[in-house]
Ligand binder design. Structure first.
Ligand SMILES: NC(=O)c1ccc[n+]([C@@H]2O[C@H](COP(=O)([O-])OP(=O)(O)OC[C@H]3O[C@@H](n4cnc5c(N)ncnc54)[C@H](O)[C@@H]3O)[C@@H](O)[C@H]2O)c1
Length: 254
């Protein structure tokens, strides 16, 4: 039970990765505020547990709502230890098809500002409580490499990596540790967009194991990073990408 007695917030909790983070944290002894856009959906999800999970509606793009989410966690469980800024969206679109009045902000407000809001509101609450804590962000390998159809997403995830480093530096004196996880291809509703684009088989072969990472495997990495076992990991983005960054498809393709 690596998270026994800990209280965590997980955003994007109704999504493929978020649900598994919540399940894993509970199995490791944590109580969790599961937060997502649709309050009814997230409360339904929380009702599958036996009181260890509270649902909370939040739009992470709105700082006031993120502050309220953090306050609700402390109200429900009387303390706070871990904040996981996991909510994110991907909207595949070619750069030259962008509407400059809409497309950049659409992704940035969730993936970049949403994480910024979670770091800020979480750290302020931990300071107020006078206790150490852990803030974890969901990045992507796309924060480290270029990809087609993914301009704003990649820029937002590169920002997540840098926010992770800068926050770690400024928050270290308070005993707050900050790290990120960069998944590669995880079989979730977000990734399924590639099916509609006819790219599913192609991207499956981009994994060293020739299969997509399972959301449960990403949740295992989050649980480790949230635990005291990861005390020496600070400011880093940990890649959990099935080798995607380490080999060049189609060299291994059959
Ligand atoms: N699936 C992958 O291959 C992959 C790879 C790398 C990184 N990621 C990242 O993992 C995270 C989770 O993605 P996923 O694959 O589980 O996708 P998903 O679409 O299954 O889940 C995303 C969740 O975020 C929620 N969300 C979206 N906008 C929100 C907002 N404004 N406020 C609150 N919640 C909001 C959605 O309702 C959804 O439940 C994202 O940050 C994503 O960028 C995913």
């Amino acid at each position: 039970m690596r998270l026994k007695g800990k209280v965590a917030i997980v955003t994007g909790a109704c999504g493929g990765i978020g649900q598994e983070i919540v399940r894993k944290f509970v199995s490791e002894g944590a109580r969790v505020v599961a937060a997502d856009l649709d309050r009814r959906q997230v409360e339904d999800f929380a009702s599958q547990f036996s009181g260890e999970v509270k649902g909370c509606g939040v739009d992470v793009a709105d700082y006031a709502q993120v502050e309220a989410m953090v306050a609700a966690a402390v109200e429900s469980f009387h303390t706070l230890d871990v904040v996981v800024n996991n909510a994110g969206i991907g909207v595949p679109k070619a750069l030259l098809d962008h509407d400059p009045a809409a497309d950049f902000d659409l992704v940035t407000r969730v993936n970049q500002k949403g994480v910024y809001h979670g770091i800020l509101a979480g750290a302020k609450k931990l300071r107020e409580l006078g206790k150490p804590g852990v803030i974890l962000n969901t990045s992507s390998i796309y924060g480290q490499m270029a990809a087609e159809l993914s301009f704003t997403y990649n820029v937002s995830k590169a920002a997540v990596d840098m926010m992770t480093k800068c926050a770690a530096l400024e928050l270290a004196p308070l005993g707050i540790r900050v790290a990120a996880v960069a998944p590669g291809r995880v079989d979730t509703p977000m990734l399924r967009q590639y099916q509609a684009l006819g790219l599913w088989e192609h991207i499956r072969r981009e994994q060293m194991r020739n299969e997509f990472t399972r959301p449960e495997e990403i949740a295992d990495v989050f649980a480790f990073l949230a635990s005291d076992e990861a005390n020496c990991i600070n400011g880093s983005t940990v890649c959990a990408e099935d080798g995607f960054l380490n080999f060049k498809y189609p060299l291994m393709a059959t």
